[in-house]
Design a protein around this ligand. Structure first.
Ligand SMILES: [Zn+2]
Length: 251
């Protein structure tokens, strides 16, 4: 059962694992956010996780607004379609798996939306401060390159689009099917964003991931945040060093 639940995330991680020559790795080592398998130990848990320690372009980062470089960034052209969705609890987060058909274009690059999932608090910090939650929209292009759009959430009004998800957050092994869900409606209308290169924020921490963090947050109610935190009190990797990277921001 566990294998089935993890297969979606697994499919994503295998790309990175095979690059490291570990494609035939039987099962990913257990990891967590607290205790003996916490983020400080991820690299030691499995050779496939070496990037968690060695890569100089890890996520998440603290975005310091005054240090971001203003740039004529291409608009995020999101052609997300409404359709069925599957909500799973994979033991690390709650994830909404989406059918094929939702596409993001940035300049001349086209990439396909696979899923989105949540972290509390937000993994990203803005000027040193976490938001209560973030959703990561994970895309993959034809070459297997990953591109993530991060949507920050502040506490406020009930999020009606996400109500069907937060009203019935599933337990592990009990996927929830939604007949109709519109991923585009999760995103705020304003799409200014920060752009930088980073990594997966979970093992194996593979780098080469293009990040876009939306400047304007969406909202979730106190009740919705509490419902998620009943399942996951904290599922955020700590801030990673920026090193030589430059964060760009839409003009
Ligand atoms: Zn994430």
């Amino acid at each position: 059962m566990k294998k089935t639940i993890k297969s979606t995330i697994g499919a994503m991680l295998v790309i990175a694992a095979s690059a490291a020559g570990a494609a035939d790795h039987a099962a990913a080592a257990h990891w967590s956010y607290e205790g003996k398998t916490d983020p400080a130990h991820w690299a030691e848990l499995d050779q496939a996780n070496a990037a968690c320690k060695l890569s100089k372009e890890q996520s998440p980062i603290n975005i310091v607004e005054s240090q971001a470089k203003k740039a004529p960034l291409a608009a995020l052209d999101l052609n997300y379609v409404a359709g069925s969705a599957e909500v799973i609890n994979n033991g690390h987060t709650v994830q909404v798996n989406l059918p094929a058909g939702s596409v993001m274009k940035v300049g001349d690059q086209t990439t396909n939306l696979l899923q989105f999932h949540f972290h509390t608090p937000s993994e990203e910090k803005i000027n040193g401060v976490h938001y209560p939650m973030v959703a990561h929209f994970v895309h993959k292009n034809a070459e297997g390159k990953l591109s993530v759009v991060a949507v920050l959430f502040k506490q406020g009004r009930e999020n009606k689009t996400l109500a069907p998800v937060f009203n019935a957050l599933p337990a592990e092994g009990k996927p929830l099917q939604l007949a109709s869900f519109s991923p585009a409606d999760v995103l705020p209308a304003k799409r200014a964003y920060y752009k930088f290169m980073g990594s997966l924020t979970t093992p194996p921490c593979s780098d080469g991931v293009q990040w876009q963090v939306l400047k304007h947050p969406a909202e979730l109610s106190k009740k919705q945040l509490a419902a998620f935190r009943k399942l996951y009190k904290m599922n955020a990797r700590p801030e990673q060093p920026l090193n030589e990277r430059v964060v760009e921001v839409s003009e």
